[in-house]
Design a protein. Structure first.
Length: 265
């Protein structure tokens, strides 16, 4: 069995509160790095993937890499926020899910609200879908070129962009790119579709059932053990105790980490 497991994606891949499909696979490896980020666009996933390859140097003899692609309509962009603790401006890449449904919260600065509203007004869905295609193709081509054992699955469903292309102002060329993405996926059924498009995140048991159906070769007794483990309501703390370098890093983690150039918000 190979030594290192890397996963990338959005909150369907990394959750603070309970294990996801990636954890049920990663628990079997000597080294496990979950570098997903809740709310990620596919562009952000690709950026973290490229930087991780530069730092960890993915190796065909030791590594397995899996990607849970996010919603194709998501967008990410750079922002600057003042850090009260360090008393200076810090630079982040913003990605917090579907921007069209964004509502400000009490922690959002006027500058951030203004920037997000700008993107909501001028960013077309077709731009985000094009960016997703490029990001997923870059990931697939690099993994293939390096001969890395990998799987690319879809966390959030994308088929409506094919079936209802006119509604989203998707021309034939862009539609062909989405179909190209479909052909790059190792599993055609998204996790969201498997979970009957419920509005919440899947439960650990649902993730396990998804793997049991589509990737049974990557689960074992250790997966079942994790499924039945009591981690006292704090899975993130429990898994970091087992894999100290597991944690996705964002503005809430103040360690200096050499993998990523920017913080993520």
């Amino acid at each position: 069995m190979k030594k290192r497991f890397f996963s990338f994606g959005c909150s369907f891949t990394k959750d603070w509160n309970y294990p996801t499909w990636a954890d049920l696979i990663g628990i079997q490896f000597d080294e496990y790095y979950n570098l997903a980020m809740p709310g990620s666009s596919n562009t952000l996933i690709m950026q973290r993937f490229i930087e991780s390859d530069l730092f960890y140097n993915f190796n065909k003899d030791t590594d397995v890499v899996m990607i849970g692609i996010s919603g194709m309509g998501r967008v990410s962009f750079p922002i600057t926020r003042y850090n009260d603790y360090y008393k200076k401006d810090e630079h982040y890449l913003y990605s917090r899910g579907d921007i069209e449904s964004y509502e400000p919260d009490k922690f959002d600065t006027p500058q951030l609200i203004e920037t997000i509203n700008f993107f909501k007004k001028y960013n077309k869905k077709s731009y985000s879908i094009f960016d997703s295609f490029i990001a997923i193709k870059v990931i697939k081509d690099l993994l293939t070129a390096k001969g890395i054992e990998h799987k690319i699955i879809s966390a959030l469903d994308y088929k409506h962009y094919i079936n209802d292309a006119e509604v989203y102002d998707i021309g034939n060329q862009l539609k062909s790119y989405v179909i190209n993405v479909q052909n790059m996926l190792d599993i055609k059924e998204s996790i969201n579709e498997f979970d009957n498009f419920t509005p919440h995140h899947p439960t650990p048991k649902t993730y396990y059932s998804f793997l049991e159906k589509h990737l049974p070769e990557y689960i074992s007794e250790k997966s079942l053990e994790l499924l039945n483990t009591d981690y006292n309501g704090d899975f993130n703390k429990w898994i970091i105790g087992k894999y100290p370098n597991y944690q996705m890093l964002n503005e809430f983690d103040h360690r200096e980490h050499p993998t990523f150039c920017f913080g993520y918000f």
